[in-house]
Design a protein around this ligand. Sequence first.
Ligand SMILES: NC(=O)c1ccc[n+]([C@@H]2O[C@H](COP(=O)([O-])OP(=O)(O)OC[C@H]3O[C@@H](n4cnc5c(N)ncnc54)[C@H](OP(=O)(O)O)[C@@H]3O)[C@@H](O)[C@H]2O)c1
Length: 427
Amino acid sequence: MGLGTVGGGVALALTDHANSIQRKTGFSVNLRHVLVRDSEKTRDPAPPEGVLTTNPEDILADPHVQIVVETMGGDHPAGEYLQRALDAGKHVVTANKEVMSRRGPDLMALAQKKQVNLLFEASAGGGIPIVGCLMSQLLANDIRSIRSIINGTTNYILTQMAWHQASFADALAEAQTRGYAEADPTNDIEGIDAAYKLSVLGSLAFHRRIPHHAIHTEGISQLGPEDFRYASELGYAIKSLAIAVVQSNGLVQARVHPALVPENHLLAKVDGVYNAVEVTGDLCGQIILHGQGAGREATTSAVMGDILSIVRTMGSANVPPPLPALDVNGDDTDSAVCPIDELSSAYYIRLTCADQAGVLAQVAQILGDGNISIATVIQKDTDPGSGTAQLVITTYPAREADVQFALAAVARLGVVVGVNNLIRIEE
Ligand SMILES: NC(=O)c1ccc[n+]([C@@H]2O[C@H](COP(=O)([O-])OP(=O)(O)OC[C@H]3O[C@@H](n4cnc5c(N)ncnc54)[C@H](OP(=O)(O)O)[C@@H]3O)[C@@H](O)[C@H]2O)c1
C-alpha cells in the first residue's frame, strides 16, 4: 500500500533482490498488488506490469496476500486498512509512525489475537534498527532512558545554523531547496514528527503506553544564530532531542525540545540529516545507534528487514511469530508520563536587557528567590543604538516550574526588554 519514496524502494528491492531473498529465506516473495491514489502517474522506476490498483479491496480481500506492507503514511485511511489486514489474518509491515503512535497498542493486541506479525522498524529512526533492538535484543533490560535525534530535517537546520551562523529562516529555506524539508515543514520543526517516534520507542522501551499527546513538545524556530555562538563558548552544541527517562518515582519524563549537549558527547557530533538513538539499560549499559533516519534506500532496508523476518518464520509451524514487547493491555491514560513542570534540569537563559549597572543584580535576586542557582553569566553583544545588551545565564539544576515562574517575573522587570530563549541543558 503506497508506491512513493519508501514503497517505490521496497517494490524495487523485491524485484532486484529476488534471488538473494530466495537464498536467504528459502522462499520467493511475489509482489501481487500495489495500492496508489493515481494509477496514471508516471513512476520511476516503473512498477511491475499489472500490479497497480486504486482499490484497497484488491489487497485486503485477496486470500493469496500473506503480508501487507503499508507505506502510505497518515493515520487515515492507513490505520483502518492495517486493522482490516490483521483482522483478515495477514502479517503487516508498516513504516507509519503516526499510525503506530496513535493505534500501535490496539493493532499489536489484534496481531497477538490473530497470531500474526506486526512489524514497524521503519516507523522510528528510518534505517537505524532501533525498533527491533528494543523488541528483541534488548528485551532483557530494564531500559532507563532514551535520548535521541530522530528528526533529520531539524538536525540539518540546526547543523546549518551552527556551522554557518545561518538564521532559522535561511537554514529552513536551504533544507527545503535540498528536499530535506517539506513545503509545509510544521510537523518537523515543531517537534511533532519526533514526538510520534518517541511515543513508539518509549512505549516499546518502557512496556507501557507513552501517548504522543502526553509528550512535552517544543520546536526549534525560536533559536537564533547567537544561541549557537554562546552555546559554543560555553562548550555545548544545540540539538533537538527526543528524550524519555524513567524517574525514581516510576513515571516517565518524555519530551522533545532543543537542548544544550556537551560538545564531547556523541549526540553533539550527529550532524546534517543523520539520526542517533542512545539507549541506557541496566544490563547493556549505554548503546548508541547512528545512521540515516530517512531516505529511500535506508528506509527500504528497514522495511525489507521486517518483510524477510516474517518470511523466514512462515514456513515453520513450530516457530511462533515474534510478538511485540509492549504491554498491550495497559490503559491509554497519561498517568505513566509526568508533566514537564516536575523536570529538574540545568538551564540556559538568554535575555535582552538595558545596558546599565544593576541589571544582573535584579535578575539574580528573582532567580535566587525562586531557588535557582546561577552557574555562569556572560554579557554579550552590546547595542549602543538601542542601549541594550544580551545577558546569557546558565543555572544549576532547578525545578522547571520554578524556572518558568521566575522567568515570568524577570520578563516584567523594567530593565528587561525580552526573555529571548530558555533552553534545557542535557548533561
Ligand atoms: N520518506 C522517508 O524517508 C521515510 C522514512 C521513514 C518512514 N517513512 C514513512 O513511510 C511512509 C511513506 O512515506 P513516503 O515518503 O514514501 O510517502 P510518499 O512518497 O508521499 O508516498 C505515499 C504513497 O502512498 C500512496 N497513497 C497515499 N495515500 C493514499 C490513499 N489514501 N490511497 C491510496 N494510496 C495512497 C501515494 O499514492 P500516489 O503515488 O498515487 O500519490 C504514494 O504512492 C510514511 O508513513 C512515512 O512517515 C518515510
